[in-house]
Write a protein that binds this ligand. Structure first.
Ligand SMILES: NC(=O)c1ccc[n+]([C@@H]2O[C@H](COP(=O)([O-])OP(=O)(O)OC[C@H]3O[C@@H](n4cnc5c(N)ncnc54)[C@H](OP(=O)(O)O)[C@@H]3O)[C@@H](O)[C@H]2O)c1
Ligand SMILES: *[C@@H]1O[C@H](CO)[C@@H](O)[C@H](O)[C@H]1NC(C)=O
Ligand SMILES: *[C@@H]1O[C@H](CO)[C@@H](O)[C@H](O)[C@H]1NC(C)=O
Length: 311
């Protein structure tokens, strides 16, 4: 065999394997790998930002599947209403909650973790996040506004996870434990008018693999797994727009996330419509991509304006 035939065959095989992996992951993966996190007497799933959108859909989905849940919100009335809404789905579970604004500069992370110290949390889902959708220039936002975006998207999940880590590590020695960080395609796209949101999501994208390496540094001390969920657009309170193949509803998207739990990958695009969109985006030449993102951003801010009109 000549050198070129060899190289050609290797490249061909590489793409065949990638395609097989794609088909297996999106069409043939088992839908019950999450059960790995349901061992032990009282498994809990903690979900931040669970009073609306994807977080709420996830909490309901996991509660119905038999997990006890701890939900987080910032609005007391909405949080209590969500606790009741979830409780009504099943008779024998426990729904706990905690209230805190993720963008606040003074959060007692240790105090929050202490409340739940004794529970076996096996799924820890950092979902909360978001940004302003006003088309202001970078310097028109105050430093405080910028800090709020960094705190809500990057620092809150980081320090909340840090506070729970000793307890998660202890649980992980008898049951598998998974910590999920919720990210966004914007982590790798330069979307105009939301630079600190995209930078914060990029921070979150790098965190799970680094924390995983850190936890594995001394063998046998911890079996915590980490996962980064790469999310495209989803219909929620944040994004009020029609559903399409590339934009599922929060409820539908939550089922894809649950299916992706326990697969052992560190970075996952749970929904096939998002993956196809991402492949398309990654294949675009830089100039075309910039133009595409500019149009997308215009759409985002129109959606944002619609939302504020609705309120
Ligand atoms: N929707 C999309 O297209 C999309 C795309 C990529 C990534 N994401 C990411 O997905 C996550 C959730 O988005 P979503 O669209 O589901 O949002 P959503 O429907 O607006 O729900 C967000 C949840 O987080 C809570 N929350 C927001 N800001 C908070 C704060 N400062 N402190 C405490 N709680 C707060 C909300 O509470 P309230 O009920 O009180 O508002 C709600 O429970 C975020 O990380 C977001 O960045 C979304
Ligand atoms: C946590 O899991 C351990 C090991 O299975 C178990 O002994 C303990 O009772 C559990 N704790 C709670 C509060 O369910
Ligand atoms: C993650 O963040 C995105 C927006 O940044 C949001 O749409 C999504 O609902 C969040 N949750 C999960 C579990 O992906």
């Amino acid at each position: 065999m000549g050198l070129f035939t060899l190289i050609g065959t290797a490249i061909f095989l590489y793409y065949i394997l990638k395609l097989a992996d794609f088909v297996r992951f999106y069409f043939f993966r088992p839908s019950d790998e999450y059960k790995k996190y349901q061992q032990g007497p009282q498994p809990y799933a903690l979900i931040t930002g669970a009073t609306d959108g994807i977080g709420k859909s996830l909490a309901k989905n996991l509660y119905q599947k038999g997990f006890n849940v701890i939900i987080h919100g910032r609005n007391e009335k909405k949080l209590m209403a969500t606790v009741e809404e979830i409780k009504a789905l099943r008779e024998d579970g426990t729904v706990e909650s905690f209230l805190v604004d993720a963008t606040s500069s003074s959060i007692d992370f240790a105090g929050i973790a202490k409340r739940f110290n004794d529970l076996n949390i096996t799924l820890f889902i950092n979902n909360v996040g978001g940004t302003y959708l006003e088309a202001k220039r970078f310097e028109e936002w105050s430093e405080g506004d910028h800090l709020a975006v960094i705190r809500g998207n990057a620092l809150f999940p980081t320090f909340l996870t840090r506070a729970f880590l000793p307890s998660l590590r202890k649980t992980s020695l008898s049951h598998p434990v998974l910590v999920v960080f919720n990210g966004s395609f914007s982590a790798e796209l330069a979307i105009p008018r939301i630079p600190l949101y995209t930078a914060s999501k990029a921070f979150i994208q790098r965190l799970p693999s680094s924390l995983r390496a850190d936890e594995r540094f001394i063998a046998g001390e911890s079996n915590i797994e980490f996962m980064y969920v790469h999310t495209g657009t989803v219909q929620s309170n944040n994004i009020i727009a029609s559903t399409t193949f590339a934009r599922p509803t929060s409820d539908e998207y939550a089922t894809h996330i649950v299916k992706a739990l326990g697969g052992g990958r560190v970075e996952v695009v749970p929904y096939v419509g998002h993956q196809i969109g991402l492949m398309f985006i990654r294949a675009l030449p830089e100039l075309l991509l910039q133009r595409f993102l500019k149009e997308e951003a215009k759409g985002l801010f129109i959606i944002g304006t619609k939302k504020s009109k609705k309120e």
